[in-house]
Ligand binder design. Structure first.
Ligand code: ATP
Ligand code: MG
Length: 183
């Protein structure tokens, strides 16, 4: 199954970002906007993982969560990966988030999952561009957004069902959640 490791913003942060992006969403209906109830910060994208590797992964992610403390984060402004991905930036205790992302990658590698070497760029994906999209005006429109600070308290292993959501978006299913209990 197709898996990724993530942390999620709490309902207040989702509600705030949702209302801050509402007008921009309405103004740019051709972008494929992600749904607020599915918003997450991907720490490690694992691709297709077999049952055996998943069992080992679950054990190692549980241990990683037990070693990492809760972290204070906020969502601020906007940026883009070319004209493909529009995102909002993660600020706050990003060093801790990077540490947790690295631990998730190590956990995956140890059970034989090939994870990408690309450097981790903390972000929350807001929309994806279709061919010919110009994300620059959308980034400008969201530049002033400054969300409240929240605490990430859990690590999640999430399954992605490609194209199974409304409008052929992907649907995510949380398989496991572990509290961050390190200090
Ligand atoms: P779609 O691919 O149909 O646009 P999606 O990107 O939401 O849907 P997935 O491709 O399963 O669904 O991705 C799940 C999560 O992992 C998303 O947050 C996505 O941005 C991230 N992700 C996907 N591929 C990669 C990758 N190669 N490197 C890093 N993160 C990725
Ligand atoms: Mg994808």
């Amino acid at each position: 199954m197709r898996l990724f490791v993530a942390v999620t913003p709490p309902p207040e942060a989702v509600a705030e970002l949702s209302s801050a992006t509402e007008a921009v969403r309405a103004a740019h209906p051709r972008l494929r906007w992600t749904r607020p109830d599915q918003w997450h910060l991907t720490l490690a994208f694992l691709g297709t993982v077999g049952d055996e590797a998943r069992a080992g992964l679950v054990n190692r992610l549980a241990r990683a969560a037990a070693l990492h403390p809760p972290m204070r984060l906020a969502l601020t402004g906007a940026g883009r990966f070319g004209d493909r991905v529009l995102w909002t930036r993660v600020t706050g205790d990003v060093a801790a988030l990077r540490g947790l992302a690295a631990a998730a990658r190590v956990a995956a590698t140890r059970v034989g999952i090939a994870v990408e070497e690309r450097p981790y760029r903390p972000h929350l994906t807001l929309a994806r561009g279709r061919d010919g999209a110009d994300l620059r005006p959308v980034v400008d429109a969201l530049a002033g957004f400054a969300g409240c600070t929240w605490t990430a308290t859990q690590l999640h292993l999430v399954r992605s069902h490609l194209g199974a959501g409304p409008d052929r978006t992907s649907r995510y299913e949380t398989l496991n959640s572990w509290p961050l209990t390190g200090s």
